[in-house]
Ligand binder design. Structure first.
Ligand SMILES: Cc1cc2nc3c(=O)[nH]c(=O)nc-3n(C[C@H](O)[C@H](O)[C@H](O)COP(=O)(O)OP(=O)(O)OC[C@H]3O[C@@H](n4cnc5c(N)ncnc54)[C@H](O)[C@@H]3O)c2cc1C
Length: 405
């Protein structure tokens, strides 16, 4: 059995089983120990639920409800906040789609220009293969390659060393994560890399230090003298327009088709609720990067998508990115759809793919396009307009509503 299959199996049952195992540790022990990275296969202080969130095999509300059944909101406060960071980044990306567009074209440009720059290409290759000579960094690079996962603190250290010590472009590091991490998410990943670089909150960057790494890896690593600990924040002058309102979810009518992306691999009562005449699946895994994703990410995506096939009461039309415009158009026309409900729209990546897909439909024959948003997303996304600390003020009211249902 490979290391991915050992740790993360892409099914709803495996997701629930991991959740059940973790819930007793979601309270004060998470709060006290969540920053400790004990090394590959030893991540007992954190949940390891991120691949399941990413593929919609678990939803935020059900996870928080399960946690609150065993802990007070106060004891589980840190865990709840961490889960809501994911929603903060998604809301932010939803309102700043240009960040993904710019990032995506920057990655493509930098991968191409690297072909002319031997020094950069060598440094990039060594970082990707875990051959930089900085033990901790090399070990995380290999762990990510083998397992498709890294602890949050390791991601921060890795990104910081990539940007400030190795002086590699942040976009290529973010791209490496998108290709290798099971949980690779256009919002959390792009915006976390920007945050480490100091591009999210101007001038506020994250500098990894040897002492912090030694302390939180329990002395496994101590890269004294190997890191640039005096680095200055990156900055950019590009101003990107923000959309001030999250696009409305809309209401379906007439003949309804449901189109789920791989980010929503559990139909969860929606077929019963909407009675669609057609069901489609869109796998956007390849859109994570202009390059190719790792085999482990591909396999996990394919496995997760099987859950949709299994829980669907009718045959699913599988749509491929390469032929999406034509396939979507045929699907809409052959089923005479009045409305299409999209499930699992990841801000950034999917806004781009979906706008291209819709643009392929002839004017006049476009169905009404609606977006499914969970109550959790509806409550939080619109508030991701300033810093996280203002955003998290929405949590108490949301938790109260959740506990009443
Ligand atoms: C440079 C960098 C890149 C990242 N890329 C991704 C990514 O592509 N996909 C992704 O899901 N997370 C990403 N994160 C956030 C975080 O590292 C992971 O969500 C977390 O490590 C997943 O492990 P876990 O499920 O054991 O986390 P736990 O600590 O158990 O947290 C529970 C859940 O809360 C959410 N969460 C926790 N911390 C964060 C955070 N800082 N930001 C956003 N959500 C959080 C995740 O959904 C996670 O599953 C990134 C962080 C950094 C610094």
């Amino acid at each position: 059995m490979n290391k991915i299959a050992e740790n993360w199996y892409p099914s709803r049952e495996a997701a629930l089983s991991r959740l059940n195992d973790f819930v007793p540790r979601a309270g004060r022990s998470y709060q006290s120990h969540r920053n400790e990275d004990l090394g590959e296969g030893q991540h007992k202080w954190v949940s390891g639920l991120s691949p399941y969130f990413r593929y919609g095999l678990l939803e935020e509300a059900e996870v928080i409800k399960a946690v609150l059944a065993q802990h007070s909101a106060e004891a589980a406060n840190k865990f709840i906040e961490e889960v809501s960071w994911r929603s903060y980044w998604q809301g932010w990306m939803m309102m700043h789609p240009q960040i993904w567009l710019d990032y995506h074209s920057d990655v493509a440009d930098r991968l191409t220009s690297m072909q002319q720059d031997i020094e950069l290409a060598e440094c990039y290759h060594n970082a990707c293969q875990g051959q930089t000579g900085i033990d901790c960094f090399d070990s995380w690079s290999r762990e990510m390659q083998q397992t498709g996962y890294l602890h949050n603190h390791a991601r921060m250290w890795f990104a910081s060393i990539w940007i400030f010590t190795l002086q590699l472009p942040w976009q290529l590091g973010a791209d490496l994560f998108m290709r290798r991490m099971l949980d690779g998410d256009s919002s959390s990943n792009t915006l976390s890399w920007r945050s480490v670089a100091g591009l999210h909150t101007r001038g506020k960057h994250y500098v990894a230090t040897a002492e912090n790494i030694r302390r939180f890896t329990h002395g496994r690593f101590n890269p004294v003298g190997q890191l640039n600990e005096q680095a200055e924040s990156m900055y950019e002058i590009t101003m990107r327009p923000a959309i001030r309102e999250i696009p409305a979810a809309g209401e379906v009518h007439g003949r309804v088709g449901i189109l789920a992306t791989e980010a929503f691999c559990n139909l969860n009562g929606l077929v019963e609720a909407y009675q669609p005449v057609a069901l489609g699946v869109l796998d956007t895994t390849e859109a994570r990067s202009p390059g190719s994703v790792s085999q482990q990410v591909s396999r996990f995506s394919q496995g997760a998508l099987l859950n949709l096939t299994e829980c669907s009461p009718q045959p699913l039309t599988l749509m491929q990115l390469a032929t999406l415009e034509t396939q979507f158009c045929e699907w809409v026309q052959s089923h005479q759809l009045d409305s299409v409900l999209l499930l699992g729209v990841c801000p950034g990546i999917h806004q781009l793919v979906i706008s291209q897909m819709i643009a392929g439909l002839p004017e006049g024959s476009r169905p009404h396009i609606c977006y499914h948003q969970s109550e959790w997303q509806r409550a939080l996304w619109p508030h991701a307009q300033a810093g996280f600390y203002k955003f998290r003020q929405q949590l108490p009211a949301l938790l109260e509503r959740l506990s009443a249902t």
